[in-house]
Design a protein around this ligand. Sequence first.
Ligand code: MG
Length: 345
Amino acid sequence: MQLTIKPYQLEYKFPFGVSSNTRTHTQSIFIKISWDGFEGYGEACIPPYLGETLEESLQFFEKAKPILKQQSYPCSIAEIIMELDELDENCNAAKAAIDIALHDLKGKIENKTVSELYRLQTKEEFSTACTIGIDTVENIEQKINEAKEFSILKIKAGTKDDKALINLIRKFTDKPLYVDANQGWKDKFLAVDMIAWMKEQNVLLVEQPMPVNMLEEMAWLTQNSKLPIIADESVKRLVDIEKIKGAFSGINIKLMKCTGIKEAFQMIELCKLHELKIFLGCMAESTCGTSAMAQLISCADYIDLDAPHLLKNDPFSGINYKNGKIILPNAPGIGVQPKRELVAI
Ligand code: MG
């Protein structure tokens, strides 16, 4: 019996807040890989800034079909993913969708969660940050109110005046903050002063303060920073970790950047070896993609897996949020179920 793959599209909206004027549509493609009555689900989340398109992902799934058709069960996910990786040097989100679906399928066949497949503990609950995007003063206040169950907030910074932004946040909450500067700071001396000031404002870490092409300045900044500096845009995949050695204190690992659970786990192992902090993040995945990453949650030093909390019309059930903590489902695989009928593309 062969593995078969089918793509589906379900619309959902991001972020939350009916009054938010930054509401946008995020595109995801969902896939189902089937084998002998078992079904594994995966998601490719492709927000515009990722640089992948819906069409490219669909073409990639077409190219993947013959490779999956050659497979039966048991199969090596690692070998399939390696073969898929050679089809196209991009399409990381599409590759992640297939990796997630294969893990989900394997877990269902073996009646184990993906955490159990990787021999990770699953019983504890883990706090996640909730992201507050750049917005109007009214909307920022509303978003902070709507995130009241979360104990840590992640602030999208990199604005013209980030001190003013943090001061504004501090009018509404004294919760600890993660600050994502999104490559917004270009002067390492100003950046090091900003970080020292932010530490006094109960900021716990800064993500990607400087542009990807300023690696030397980043290394200086990390050596002189009073807070941990986390790479996001500077590290997509496993091979990137060696390139940034010494320039960051940790890495934000996202399934849509790194092609899925298998490579995310390899990155986690390499981070441990290099004593780099492990930040598990997401793009704008629904509960399908986020539940996949949540299977690795016990490996994380920092967690920002809040996307489903911010969604309208989430098409899947899976992980839940309780008092700002992620509750993993008990179901095998990644533990998700579609909430409505999947529409074939
Ligand atoms: Mg970021």
